[in-house]
Design a protein around this ligand. Structure first.
Ligand SMILES: Nc1ncnc2c1ncn2[C@@H]1O[C@H](COP(=O)(O)OP(=O)(O)OP(=O)(O)O)[C@@H](O)[C@H]1O
Length: 257
């Protein structure tokens, strides 16, 4: 099977802190991965490395056959849709929503030149797809959490990416909006897009997901097929609380004992 994304023996050290140690993750075509772990375990750092916003102290990151450090990261990023608070914070809160979405087409964080008319029209069409056309001219920073999530999804889909990386996309969503977003993720993943998903909520691991990696203090403690990783033993170890899992179809539900 074709390799889509590969982190090889990654060490990430900042200010004398070993934030990731010896992390290996191989994601192949047809697989969809969830990254789990407690606050501060290193999940967002893993995603930032996948997007080339951070570079490892040691180790190698390969995305769609490109090795970071030996390729134009911005070109690779056009093939990755990224939804995260950390990316949101890199965007300009004062820019109108349509413009923020249009930047997704070019892998920019903001425009310093005139925006091509075609990109403008496409951005507005994407906004219409997530049913937020009425917000086109509103500044990004004024959106509600739910609107922000949908705008980030619209931005991520501008390039029709091969990979969709999502960092806690359901945080702040009500139950209805959460289930709708998860439905969208299920559909997008079914259409040849490889999904990588970070969450704190195990019930968000919808049937689409095939694999899970469990991180604790920057080290992988379990990785592989979903049912093999999501065991009561592994989760109790990662979260330090006794847990019962009940599977409903291919979706796990958690009870803390
Ligand atoms: N550039 C950096 N310099 C210093 N420390 C950093 C840097 N980037 C991340 N860290 C630290 O690394 C640790 C892991 O951060 P990360 O955001 O990856 O965790 P996380 O698992 O996503 O956490 P959460 O679930 O709370 O979002 C944190 O303690 C964070 O403070």
């Amino acid at each position: 099977m074709t390799m889509v994304l590969s982190l090889q023996d990654i060490h990430f050290i900042r200010e004398d802190r070993h934030i990731l140690s010896g992390v290996n993750i191989d994601i192949r075509q047809g697989e969809h991965w969830v990254v789990l772990g407690r606050n501060g375990s290193g999940k967002t750092t893993v995603l930032e490395l996948m997007n080339g916003y951070e570079f490892p102290t040691r180790g190698r990151v390969q995305v769609l056959g490109n090795t970071y450090g030996q390729c134009d990261v911005r070109e690779v990023r056009k093939q990755i849709g990224y939804i995260s608070q950390s990316l949101y914070e890199k965007l300009n809160a004062g820019d109108p929503v349509w413009e923020v979405i249009a930047t997704g087409e070019f892998g920019y964080l903001r425009f310093y030149e005139e925006i091509p008319q075609a990109a403008r029209e496409k951005a507005i069409a994407m906004l219409d797809r997530v049913k937020l056309a009425h917000l086109a001219n509103q500044p990004l920073g004024t959106l509600s959490q739910g609107e922000r999530k949908k705008v980030m999804l619209a931005r991520a889909l501008m390039t029709d990416p091969s990979i969709l990386i999502m960092d806690e996309p359901c945080s702040g969503l009500d139950l209805y909006e959460r289930e709708r977003l998860l439905e969208n993720v299920n559909v997008l993943g079914g259409q040849q897009m490889t999904v990588v998903y970070v969450t704190h909520h195990i019930e968000e691991i919808v049937p689409l997901f095939t694999h899970v990696v469990l991180i604790e203090q920057g080290r992988i403690i379990a990785s592989g097929a979903k049912r093999e990783v999501l065991t009561e033993e592994n989760l109790a170890k990662a979260y330090q609380v006794p847990i019962r899992i009940e599977w409903s179809g291919e979706r796990p539900w958690i009870k803390v004992l």
